[in-house]
Design a protein around this ligand. Structure first.
Ligand SMILES: Cc1ncc(COP(=O)(O)O)c(C=O)c1O
Length: 391
């Protein structure tokens, strides 16, 4: 049965099990080879002169990177995908590819912090005008567009505070002004949101998170529609920002189980978020799938699921209470990143925000809900809440 190219009518877990590579291309082995490559040989001078074969050099793709890129194209509905060494590179490569000195970019204020750092340092140094906008701006983005606005950068839900953006309205306003719309879609993965179906031109993922799934690999993917693919591909080839084959393979491996892992993350996180809403010491829970969350209706309209990361706002207190909460946790690790099998907690810093900075009633804690048993995780969070109350 040839599943590799014909999976469109199937359910998501069936597709995840079969997209990307065709086992018949490599003697029937289920998985593709991990091709370690710089040099690719040409059979003769003419083929070399015309680059007349599929693979020409390691930086430009291998059967391993092609398998992952093809799988992501299936999931995103994109014309082409590049695979880069980190999620941050998946942000910086398309931005570098699409802007030039004198251009203006609009970036959501609840963007992943290192994206802001890149924009505020390197983009500005290259002569790009960087402006942050309210993640809830919606169609109001039209008023912020300038004749030189080249890129509108979105991330929904927003990092740490989970604001849901009205992506179709933003995309419409951006396109009316001639800008390209990029979206960091890491939270939803292509299983819970396909940005290109909602007007986005370029979908960005830290594959480090759910696709890799085990806190041991860094990788990024960037997927473009047909109009933007040539420019994205050109930027990738120009920058030489290619990923290592073992990491690419690990992410393809992770994709096979991403559907079942995500379903578990989703269920546990929502259970814990609902429970947290009723706990003493909690002011509110920032989780888009909660009916109480301000962006809930938009989330329901556009997304088909929620992943396993959200934030909880403590009812008052400051750094002392935040540290007491974090230090009392025994299962939740204190560490950055998310999407792995284990639970993590981090204090949220909003000091660099210019618009989407609250107010919040107390410290904001981001929780990544792993694959552990919910009862154990609730007991751990209870320990944290008690410690915060006693601090
Ligand atoms: C929303 C978002 N985008 C991008 C990244 C960057 O990914 P990486 O850690 O692979 O550089 C992260 C990492 O935490 C993230 O949360």
């Amino acid at each position: 049965m040839d599943m590799a190219g014909k999976t469109d009518g199937f359910g998501v877990n069936t597709r995840l099990a079969h997209i990307g590579n065709d086992p018949r291309d490599f003697h029937g082995f289920v998985n593709p080879p991990v091709v370690h490559a710089s040099t690719v040989l040409f059979p003769d001078a003419r083929t070399m002169a015309t680059r007349g074969q599929k693979y020409t050099y390691g930086t430009r793709g291998t059967p391993t990177t092609d398998a992952l890129a093809t799988a992501i194209d299936h999931l995103e509905g994109s014309a082409g995908t590049i695979v880069v060494p980190s999620g941050l590179a998946a942000v910086t490569v398309p931005l570098l590819g699409f802007v030039a000195a004198g251009d203006h970019v609009l970036i959501t204020d609840s963007v992943y912090r290192p994206t802001r750092h890149f924009a505020d340092t390197m983009l500005k140094r290259l002569g790009v005008e960087v402006e942050y906008y309210d993640p809830l701006v919606g169609a109001g983005l039209a008023a912020l567009m300038k004749p030189n606005t080249r890129v509108v950068f979105t991330e929904s839900p927003g990092s740490n505070t989970f604001e849901i953006q009205d992506i179709p309205a933003i995309a419409k306003a951006a396109h009316a002004g001639g800008a390209v719309v990029m979206m960091d879609n890491t939270w939803a993965t292509p299983l819970y949101l396909r940005p290109l179906d909602h007007g986005v031109d370029i979908s960005i993922h830290a594959a480090t998170k759910y696709p890799a799934g085990h806190s041991d690999v860094l990788l990024g993917t960037v997927s473009a529609n047909a109009a933007c693919w040539p420019k994205l591909s050109e930027a990738f080839n120009t920058l030489g920002c290619c990923a290592g084959p073992d990491d690419v393979y690990q992410v393809l491996r992770g994709l096979r189980t991403m559907g079942v892992r995500l379903a578990h993350h989703q269920q546990s996180a929502l259970d814990i978020a609902r429970w947290l809403e009723g706990q003493n010491g909690v002011a509110r829970v920032l989780h888009p799938a909660l009916e109480s969350f301000p962006g809930h209706a938009l989330w329901k309209r556009d997304f088909s699921g929620a992943s396993g990361i959200f934030s909880v706002v403590l009812a008052g207190g400051g750094e002392k209470q935040a540290h007491a909460f974090l230090d009392a946790l025994q299962i939740f690790g204190l560490g950055y990143s998310w999407g792995g099998y284990e639970s993590l907690a981090v204090p949220v810093f909003l000091g660099d925000r210019v618009i989407a900075k609250g107010p919040y009633e107390g410290p904001v804690m981001r929780l990544q809900i792993g694959l552990e048993d919910v009862k154990d995780l609730k007991a751990d969070i209870s320990r944290g809440l008690s410690a915060a109350a006693a601090a």
